[in-house]
Design a protein around this ligand. Sequence first.
Ligand SMILES: C[S@@+](CC[C@H](N)C(=O)[O-])C[C@H]1O[C@@H](n2cnc3c(N)ncnc32)[C@H](O)[C@@H]1O
Length: 235
Amino acid sequence: MNENNVNQTISLTKNLDCEKSVDQLLDQLVKPKNHQETDDFYSIWASNYEKDIKEMDYNGGQIAAKYFLQMNFNKNDKILDIGAGTGIIGEILNKNGYHNLDALDNNDEMLKILKEKNCYQNIIKSIVTPDRKLPINDQQYDVIIMAGIFCPGHIDYRSLEQIIRITKSGGFICWSMGNPKIYADRDQLYSDDNFDRYISLLCDKMKWLSVLGYPIIVENYIKNLSGLFYAMQVV
Ligand SMILES: C[S@@+](CC[C@H](N)C(=O)[O-])C[C@H]1O[C@@H](n2cnc3c(N)ncnc32)[C@H](O)[C@@H]1O
């Protein structure tokens, strides 16, 4: 992290009046960045993250947890929350009897807050990129859960092949995200239905199957914008 930023914190909503649009918030948060820029961003945002997302009405973590619970996974299943941030998903899953839960994120400051909640067994600090092997053996997890990480400047969705690698055969990969179409103008990765094509490509390669009825359209993912909850089963 840039030394000038070490003691800096930001609040994304501090100077916002209610009239300002979600677009302006998304402009700061959801735009193509390199990994260092993303990490620096979360380092200075971490202490205000939970307060700010309430004001921004970002509900990706709660939505992912809610639909995860509807899937009635076994309480003993080994679960990994990727891009776990401050651990919002872990808190909800713990309260609902899921304790065999690990967290992975690349940002130390976010993970510091997550650790204090004592919701996760193992905490893995790692970057997720398509070209770097995750520090996790093959077929370790029954369920992967994620929220708010497939968008510009965050985890490149082409890392999903690796995420499949660490999931057991027959296991599930579930996540909430904004509608990929809203990112099309912001990032080439999301233009021309590239995201949908990649999900389908992994089906064609028999890496996973879409669980019947998913993705589900979810209301109020951020502000009044709907999002999606995906559930895929690894072959
Ligand atoms: C919008 S937050 C979502 C946190 C949490 N899932 C939630 O919904 O509240 C995105 C998180 O992804 C992490 N992240 C972004 N890019 C990453 C990458 N390439 N590898 C690992 N973590 C990443 C950030 O550090 C941050 O904690």
